[in-house]
Unconditional design. Structure first.
Length: 86
């Protein structure tokens, strides 16, 4: 049993050619990172997406609030003008 396990481990350890081939590519990628990409990958990207979506929602809510105020003002002006004409 131990002999079979030892042969299996030896056979799989010597067959790892992908690490040798691609090791330089991955090291080069890590070396070319700038500070912004390191910051983004150190924190999860979901927080960046969450922050951007919150900014968008906040902007939409502010826009709707301002538009509602303007419409309310126009409705009051329209109703007062209508009452004056009658």
């Amino acid at each position: 049993m131990n002999l079979i396990l030892l042969i299996f481990l030896f056979a799989t350890a010597s067959a790892d050619t992908l690490t040798q081939v691609y090791s330089e590519i991955w090291e080069g990628y890590q070396a070319n990172e700038n500070a912004f990409s390191r910051l983004m990958t150190s924190n999860d990207m979901i927080f960046v997406v969450l922050g951007i979506s919150l900014i968008i929602w906040f902007t939409l809510l502010v826009y709707l609030f301002i538009t509602d105020k303007k419409i309310t003002r126009l409705e009051k002006e329209f109703s007062t003008q209508k009452n004056i004409e009658l």
